[in-house]
Design a protein around this ligand. Sequence first.
Ligand code: ARG
Length: 576
Amino acid sequence: MNIHALLVNRFTEALQEMGVENAPVPVSRSARPEFGEYQFNGAMALAKQLKQKPRDIAEKIVETVKLDDIASKLEVAGPGFINVHLNDEWLSNQCELSLTDPRLGIAKSKEQNIVVDYSSPNLAKEMHVGHLRTTIIGDAVVKVLEFLGHNVIRQNHMGDWGTQFGMLLAHLSDKLQDEVAETALSDLEDFYREAKVRFDEEEGFADRAREYVVKLQGGDAQCLALWEKFIDVSIAHSEEVYDKLNVSLTRKDIMGESAYNDDLANVISDLKAKGLAVEDQGAQVVFIPELADKEGNPAVYIVQKSGGGYLYATTDLAAMRYRSGKLNADRTLILTDARQALHFKQTEIVGRKAGFMKEEQTYEHCPFGMMLGSDGKPFKTRTGGTVKLVELLDEAVERAGKLIAERDNDLSEDELKEVAHKVGIGAVKYADLSKNRTTDYMFNWDSMLSFEGNTAPYLQYAYTRVKSLFRKAGVDMATMPVDINIAEKQEHALAVLLMQFEEVIGTVSREATPHVLCTYLYDVASAFMSFYEACPMLKDGIEPAVRDSRLALSALVAKTLEKGLTLLGIETLEKM
Ligand code: ARG
């Protein structure tokens, strides 16, 4: 059920009936419950065209619009707003329909091919917190899009190519004299550091490293085999993180930078042929006048270095063409931190000019802010190193376990373990998902693991409360009577929220903003708590029909929380 879309339709019909064509139909949520739930704000803009006062136009629309079934009251307010108060009977029916539908009444969208480029760690090093946000946010976006029926193509654009691999392979080949790759690469950070020290200090090593780069790019079989060993172990490190995070990426989603290697020369020759790439101090560059500086100098986008080497940008152009042509992507979403915003803006301008994408295909860079420590500075270990994701996640589970054990509970040892895992990982993921992704966010154990406020533990707990309510009532959600009768204002408020799930999912799918879903679930859980206080279900003297209606509404709360959390990649529990 999409109330917003329904209201837009009805108001559009009313305007047409009044002879107004093609006018915008602005319908928004009301700011306060006394103004109803939705507001039509289009009357003011029509005053000129219709040569009437906005309030008179609003009155006319109220007379014309057919909302008897949906609204209990329409009122004209202020300069000409129309407030829509939703009808309890209609809401009751809609809630019943949602409850009996496995999709909770949420329609599928017209199917699109959507490429989502996320996670994309650099394999030269261990996955660190810098890749946490893209991985978690990307996976939630992917799940929402799939739920809406889209064909989602995950693309893990791993950094598995480039000059730094020369140094790493030279070091690896020495190490393999007396070790297997898995052992030599068990700690990628240490390995990288050792290689870098040798590169900077050891005589002849840098030359060997450069030789390796040339051999690798030239397709030398031995060198490629060594490279494959390296990235295989490194991918396994990432998979360990994906596994702990319960993220849906698999090996078949990997389309690393190396995959485009053979196409890079073509990209350059095409750019040259189109007159876009020109030589500048030995390099191949594209000038971008659209992004000129204050003095009017166009931005310079380098696509090939003077030595002939290709860059990150060249690969992204090849990726763009592949996704547009081979994958037929209607939309491409790329999730990286905001520092890459300019790169993707430039890539889009150049790629479009080169005809690497069709006009109607979108290229959407979805930037996010940085993860900061509690001191407001980039998140680091106490000694200033990068925080390894695997260790961070283990710490989350450990901390959650301690907290749960301190709380009043009747969990067995095994159950406690499971709860600690789901709450700990859920807390880390949710803390990240719930913040508007465009801003920096502060990593804080205490707030993310709190059972109060907009956190995973709070929502997981709210879900278990509904479940325990059903256990106490001795009612089975799957077979219970579905007859909802909304009467109290807390029931009304809760039902309205429950009927807004589809709108929320729509926003997340359009804007790649899972925090909108988080806020929504938090609102649902809070509205449930108020409803639970005000509308008793299991007390003596409650009429069976009232009890059943309230239980049914509670069941819809549980299903909504479960669906929402699942889409966010957060696991629910039966008790905690
Ligand atoms: N590997 C890059 C990084 O860690 C992210 C890649 C994002 N995707 C892309 N098509 N450039 O910053």
